[in-house]
Ligand binder design. Structure first.
Ligand SMILES: [Mg+2]
Length: 364
């Protein structure tokens, strides 16, 4: 089916918490671009290109990359996803955020035309329920504990405590959240690269007393030897996030066994196909994987859910429900209840623009 049009629509969505911050930035807004791909029969596929600057490219750059890449998509046969994405890798190096938006929209279009779900394109649903891991942005220990209580009351059982490289303060954050939510809840920490290796070892060894399941990216993304050193030294599963920003980086981390686990994200890896490939590399190399923070509207989470459902090897809860923290979301269709995201029977990625959102729907 011929692709007759492809468009980018700006998506700037304020969060409920205007003071949301983590170790790399303050971020009260979820920034990105919606990609819509229009086939000649009127079917539309949707994808989301995240433009959070810490992924490498800021908002305007992702928008510019999309417009350059669109010329290589328009007029093509929409079924030839592999060929189109391979071509995009030849005409532009990197820019995975933009490519992810196009890859997701192509898969959505394909699934809608076939009347199936995207997960059916990746082997079908191995699971229909994904437990939600929710992020606690950096605040005082008492305020983070309070936020954890609010989420626990909504049914959330997995929490990610953002920390920022100050050992004593960060241990106090973990202690406060553990005290508030009790022993049965699952806690993880994410330093977003903010520790020196020895501080990371000191912090994680102390945090382990509060029973944390996972520690994300403790040291600088470029410091692979530091990352490997921390992984070997602490009694906690260490996960790479910022160090795994492309498929070749995932390959290096797995081949050298530098971490215990890797956080996979559609936006940083360049789409569903490459994220699936990264999962297979992890599986083959004995490194754990799950889907990390898919921060954005329901559209991005919907693509994450479709892929997560088709990956039986995911070892831990994934982060597909940050849309719940947006002030408003122009998308609808996801089923989130009691901290669990459930696969529905809706075709494609499973969500559509809300009426009145100014996003294109079939026929307009
Ligand atoms: Mg992270």
């Amino acid at each position: 089916m011929k692709i007759v049009d492809i468009r980018a629509h700006e998506s700037l969505l304020p969060k409920q918490d205007k003071n949301w911050k983590f170790a790399l930035a303050a971020s009260g807004m979820s920034e990105g671009w919606i990609v819509s791909i229009h086939a000649e029969d009127g079917t539309i596929g949707y994808g989301y290109a995240s433009s959070m600057a810490h992924y490498g490219a800021p908002h305007e750059t992702v928008g510019g990359a999309l417009n350059r890449l669109f010329k290589h998509v328009k007029g093509k046969d929409s079924r030839q996803i592999a060929t189109i994405m391979d071509d995009l890798d030849h005409v532009m190096i990197g820019n995975n955020q933009a490519k992810a938006g196009i890859d997701c929209a192509l898969h959505d279009l394909q699934a809608r035309q076939l009347g199936i779900q995207i997960c059916d394109l990746f082997g079908g649903p191995a699971t229909r329920e994904i437990h939600s891991l929710r992020i606690l942005p950096i605040k005082s220990p008492a305020d983070m504990a309070k936020n954890a209580r609010t989420l626990a009351n909504k049914g959330v059982r997995h929490f990610k405590i953002k920390v920022h490289g100050e050992v004593d303060e960060d241990v106090a954050r973990v202690a406060a959240v553990r005290k508030e939510v009790g022993p049965d809840m699952h806690l993880t920490v994410d330093a977003n690269q903010s520790y020196a290796p020895k501080d990371a070892i000191r912090a994680l060894t102390r945090m382990a007393e509060y029973n944390i399941d996972l520690a994300e990216q403790p040291v600088n993304a470029m410091d692979l030897i530091g990352l490997k050193t921390v992984t070997a030294a602490v009694p906690v599963t260490v996960e790479a996030d910022e160090a795994a920003y492309s498929l070749d980086q995932v390959m290096t981390l797995v081949r050298e066994r530098m971490v215990d686990a890797i956080s996979l994200k559609i936006s940083k890896l360049g789409g569903l196909r490459k994220t699936y490939a990264a999962a297979m590399i992890c599986q083959a190399g004995g490194v754990r994987y799950r889907l990390g923070a898919h921060s954005g509207p329901q559209l991005l989470a919907a693509h994450g859910l479709q892929l997560a459902a088709a990956l039986p090897g995911i070892w831990y809860s994934s982060e597909l429900t940050e849309f719940d923290g947006l002030a408003e979301d122009p998308w609808e269709g996801l089923d989130l209840r009691e901290g669990v995201l459930r696969l529905t029977d809706a075709v494609g990625c499973g969500v559509l623009p809300k009426a009145g959102s100014n996003l294109p729907l079939k026929g307009n």
